[in-house]
Design a protein around this ligand. Structure first.
Ligand code: NOJ
Length: 448
C-alpha cells in the first residue's frame, strides 16, 4: 500500500493514488486487490501494528477514499480485500492500557521458552508481569481464549463487510490461538526445514493450535451472511500439507489459504512439481490452492528465484498463472521487479524487509512516477524496468503477465502431468500444454 502510488506527494502511497491506477488493473485483468493494512498504526511494523481496527490511517487516506475505491473498482469487476491483523494489536491500541481488558492479552508470571519471529524472547515485562509478543514488543498478542476478543473481531469483520469490503487476507492466520497452558516449545531437530530450524524450536505451542479452526468456522459463517459471500484468505504459514489443507475445513473455514511450501521452495523443476502435486493431492475436493512467489516479507521472486534472469521470470509467472487455483501476485511481479537497494541509513523495517518493499516503478523519470515528493523508501531500478516502458513493448514481461491472466480465466480443467525430460516440467490443463524448461530457462504454451 505504502509503496504503490502516492497521490498527495508526501512520499507514501495512499488510497487516492491506488484509485488513480484502477485503469491499469482493469487493463491487466486482475479480479481482486489485497491491500496491506490500512488501519491507523504507529508503524513499528508498517501497518501490522494496529491502533484502531475501525478507521483508516490518515497517512493512507480517508474512509471516503476507501468507499470510492470499492465503488470504482467494483464498477470494473475488481474486488477489494483488506488485511486484518487479529493475532496482535499495537501496544498503542487503547485496549492494551485498559485495566478492564487485561485478559484480552496473553500474560504470564514467568516467561517460557517461546521466541519472537523477529528474534529474541517473545515476552516483555510490564507492571510486574510478562506479556506475549510473537512479533515485536510493540505488538502484544491477543488472547483468543477470551470470548470478548472473539466477539470484538466478529464486530470488526461485519463493520468492513457492511461497507462493501469483499474479504480479508488474515494476518498470521495459523497463530491466533496459543497453548492454554503456555507449554515450552520442543527443540527443532536436524530434520526440520530451515524456516523452522531458524528459531531453534518447533512452534507448536505459541501458534498452530487446532482450536483456531473454531474461530474460522465462525468467521466463515459470518462471511456467508453476505451476498456475494465475503472471502477469507489466510496467511497460513505452515509447512505440513495436512495442516495447510485443514484451513479449508469441510468447506466451512477459509475459502483460500496461501501455500508457503511453494513460496519457500527453490526454482527447481522437481521441487516445484512435487510441491504442486502433493499440495493438490492434500486438498479437500473443490478447495482452491493459492500460489505466490513474492510478498512484502520475502525477497521478490525476480531476485530470490530468478537472480534477475528474465527467462526465469517468464517461467515463474507462467507457472504461477497456469496452475489450478488462485494466483496472488505482489505489486511489481508483473514487470519482473527485483528487490531494491536500500542503503543502511535508509533502513526502516525492524526485520530487514525494505528491499522487497521499494516503490512501484511506474516510469523511468527521476521519481519513477511513484511520487512528486521524496519517496519513503528509495526507488529501485526504475530506469531499467518500469510499467510505462513495458506497456509499450508487446514482448515485455508485463504484456506476458497480461496474456497469462487472460489465459488463466479460460482454464478451468484439472492439472494433468505430462512426461518431461530432466529439468523440465510439463502439464496440461483443458487443451493447453504448459512446457517449462528450467535449464533453458524457457516457458512455452501450446494450444491444442
Ligand atoms: C505477517 C505479515 O505479512 C508481516 O509483514 C508482519 O510483520 C507479521 N505478519 C506480523 O504482523
Amino acid at each position: 500500500m505504502r509503496s504503490f502510488a502516492d497521490f498527495n506527494g508526501d512520499g507514501v502511497g495512499d488510497l487516492p493514488g491506488l484509485i488513480g491506477k484502477l485503469d491499469y488493473f482493469e487493463w491487466l485483468g486482475v479480479d481482486a486487490l489485497w491491500l496491506s493494512p490500512i488501519n491507523p498504526s504507529p508503524n513499528k511494523d508498517y501497518g501490522y501494528d494496529v491502533s484502531d481496527y475501525l478507521d483508516v490511517d490518515p497517512a493512507l487516506g480517508t474512509m471516503a477514499d476507501l468507499d470510492r475505491l470499492i465503488e470504482d473498482a467494483g464498477r470494473r469487476g475488481i474486488r477489494v480485500l483488506l488485511d486484518i491483523v487479529p493475532n496482535h494489536t499495537s501496544d498503542q491500541h487503547p485496549w492494551f492500557s485498559d485495566p478492564e481488558k487485561r485478559d484480552w492479552y496473553v500474560w504470564a508470571d514467568r516467561p517460557n521458552n517461546w521466541v519472537s519471529a523477529f528474534g529474541g524472547p517473545a515476552w516483555t515485562q510490564k507492571d510486574g508481569r510478562w506479556y506475549l509478543h510473537n512479533f515485536a514488543p510493540g505488538q502484544p498478542d491477543l488472547n483468543w481464549w477470551n470470548d470478548e476478543v472473539r466477539a470484538e473481531f466478529e464486530r470488526i469483520l461485519r463493520f468492513w463487510f457492511d461497507r462493501g469490503v469483499a474479504g480479508f487476507r488474515i494476518d498470521v492466520a495459523h497463530g491466533l490461538v496459543k497453548d492454554e497452558l503456555l507449554r515450552d516449545n520442543p527443540p527443532a531437530t536436524r530434520d526440520d526445514p530451515p524456516p523452522i530450524r531458524r528459531f531453534g524450536q518447533r512452534q507448536v505451542y505459541n501458534s498452530r493450535r487446532p482450536e483456531v479452526h473454531d474461530v474460522f468456522r465462525r468467521w466463515r459463517s459470518i462471511a456467508e451472511e453476505y451476498d456475494p459471500p465475503r472471502v477469507l484468505l489466510g496467511e497460513t504459514w505452515v509447512l505440513e500439507l495436512a495442516d495447510w489443507a485443514a484451513f479449508y475445513g469441510a468447506d466451512d473455514e477459509l475459502q483460500l489459504a496461501f501455500n508457503f511450501l511453494m513460496a519457500t521452495a527453490t526454482l527447481d523443476a522437481t521441487e516445484l512439481r512435487t510441491v504442486v502435486e502433493t499440495s493438490l493431492a492434500a486438498l479437500p475436493a473443490g478447495a482452491k490452492p493459492v500460489w505466490h512467489g513474492s510478498n512484502h516479507d520475502v525477497s521478490r521472486m525476480a531476485t530470490r528465484w530468478c537472480k534477475g534472469d528474465e527467462g526465469k521470470v517468464r517461467l515463474a509467472l507462467t507457472m504461477l498463472l497456469t496452475l489450478p487455483g488462485a494466483t496472488v501476485l505482489y505489486q511489481g511481479d508483473e514487470i519482473g521487479q527485483e528487490d531494491g537497494v536500500v542503503p543502511p541509513e535508509r533502513v526502516l523495517d525492524i526485520s530487514g524487509r525494505d528491499p522487497e518493499r521499494t516503490p512501484m516503478p511506474w516510469n523511468g523519470e527521476p521519481k519513477g512516477g511513484f511520487t512528486s515528493g521524496e519517496s519513503w523508501l528509495p526507488m529501485g531500478e526504475h530506469r531499467r524496468r518500469n510499467v510505462a516502458a513495458q506497456r509499450e513493448d508487446p514482448g515485455s514481461v508485463l504484456n506476458l503477465t497480461r496474456e497469462l491472466i487472460a489465459l488463466k480465466k479460460r482454464l478451468r480443467g484439472p492439472y494433468e502431468p505430462l512426461p518431461a525430460s530432466k529439468g523440465g516440467w510439463r502439464y496440461r490443463r483443458d487443451g493447453v500444454v504448459v512446457d517449462l524448461d528450467f535449464n533453458g530457462p524457457r516457458a512455452r504454451i501450446e494450444e491444442a
